[in-house]
Design a binder for this molecule. Sequence first.
Ligand SMILES: [Fe+2]
Length: 246
Amino acid sequence: MPSVSFLWKYIYYTQNSCHGVCLLLPKSYRAELHSTRWVSHFPAPRIDRIIEINIYQSKMVKVWFMDNEQKIDQRLEHHRSPPAYLELPELYQKTGVEYFKINADDYQNDAILRELRAKRGYTYDDEITCSEKCLPDYANKLKNFFTEHLHTEEEIRLVLDGSGYFDVRDNEEQWLRIQVVKGDLIIIPAGIYHRFTLDSNNFVKVRRYFVGKPVWTPHNRPADDLDCRKSYLKHQAENFVQFKQA
Ligand SMILES: [Fe+2]
């Protein structure tokens, strides 16, 4: 179960054979029945039913508003004080960025990824590892990744291992930081200003997807005259209501 982590076991005792258990959980939590059994208490003539429920918490991607500290290492978290987080629906509404949780250990057979590839026509994919070892001239590469830019096509990344941050501009020009870890698939729309950085672990392995022949060219800001930028702003003004493709 890659997208959730076990949190705790809830044990419920009841003397009724017909029972119902109601658990009020936050939306990132999930409950699953683990076992149910009867136990007798001797010599007392009492029989209890024990129901064990496992509680899982979704490993949701974390998104937050960044501080404006440009002199501090880009690989640090750059939280505001106090930290200000965003839920995924808000992220989508502000930026059009989409997020999916994929089983990174068996991504070829992941149903969500298969559906995405089929629906959106991702015909190309490859793999890239970024680390001090793998990337020559690492410090400069980090700076390049972190230069604000946009693309004429979607940027689709699935993290197979390691971690990093995608920063995207919201509808008020604020930087939102999206922390990606193993199993996170993120789709950065064409025309949005964004940047990427590794975090202080300095390691990430990702699969890249593309429709047709891959175009990696970044257009550094300002690139407001490009059609993809104009189209993006139009969708943003409509809160991306007509935008979602899958
Ligand atoms: Fe990019």
